[in-house]
Design a protein around this ligand. Sequence first.
Ligand code: ADP
Ligand code: MG
Length: 385
Amino acid sequence: MQKLLSQTSIKNKIVLLRLDLNVPVFENKILSDFRITKSLKTIQDLLDNNNRIIILSHFGRPTEGHYDSKYSLERVSDRLQELLSQKVMLVKNWTDGVKFDDATNIIMCENVRFEVGEKENSLSLSKKIASLGDVLVFDAFGVSHRKEASSYGVSDYLDTYAGHLLESEIINAKKLLSVQTRPLTTIISGAKISTKLTLIKKLILKSDHIILGGGILNTFLSAMGNNIGNSLVESSFINEAKEILNGEHSKKIIMPIDVVSTDSLSLDNPKNKKISMLQSNDKILDIGEKTTDRYIDIIRSSKTVFWNGPLGYIEKKPYDNGTIKISEAIASSETYSIVGGGDTIPVIEKLGLQNDFSYLSTGGGSLLKFIEGEDMPILTKLGMI
Ligand code: ADP
Ligand code: MG
């Protein structure tokens, strides 16, 4: 049976709330508060029911056992305080206990990844965390594939419920898996080739079309015998790409025609080039104009689109062009669209298109793992899968 906050009444308790507030930050500023705003529904619900909340979250990848201000949740607690118009008390050495004062209903514990034992799901840390509250609400879809102390271990010692965000994440991810509305187009792109190649193998079975970009596309182009020069590639996956290309579903992959590349070290001087024209000192940084048009045609003819990963080096103009055009095409089409990825969502937000997509997921790796059908311990425990 599913254990959902939406079907329980938690009142007058100290609630431990595990969130994923791992927001993208650049030059000390939060680039997107998507994960914070998505968490508000659960927070508000708990406050409305007279609970006090202890928030747990990770942020970045600090070294366990060392406080490092670079990985502090300070910016995040400030933003949450603004959004809620009420005090959020950030607490550093929280494993030995936290205290609410009269003016405070929300405590945020510093980055759980500062704590020794978080990663290895240590028993003693899990117990310590559990001792802070009366009940646990888990709302951190982004870490639901992990077996760590604050995202799994603690649930052995406290009654645990899925929060509102997690509930909607699972409903929407399941829609994608059971999709009846075809054609289904899957766009897989970005930098993380190793993790995403496995996903392609699964999704090529379910999808009608596969669109590739980023380092993954480069790996496939190389596997097809093209010269991809200095481009981002993971050579150890070329054989896997070859297997997919020789497989029975390879026709589903929409082949690119051209790319945008540069031969300058400073990444200036972008050139739109046919793939066969690439030279050894070229670096592919975006999909080309003709490729973009071809991809957009496929998107427009689809009924469902699943997208993960920017199609180019979005950090530098004009290499964000392809990603922007693809975002706009999905937003303006009638397709059911679901998007995940920590680097993908901010692009959509920057364009102000977040309401033109059917569902934007806070999950990155976790969404991919869910779709792949991998074991997700906390979701199993909560009866969500
Ligand atoms: P997400 O977080 O959305 O799942 P990834 O982390 O896998 O996406 O990839 C995002 C990164 O991929 C971005 O930083 C982007 O610059 C990079 N990227 C995409 N295409 C290229 C490319 N051709 N060359 C270098 N980097 C790329
Ligand atoms: Mg990323």
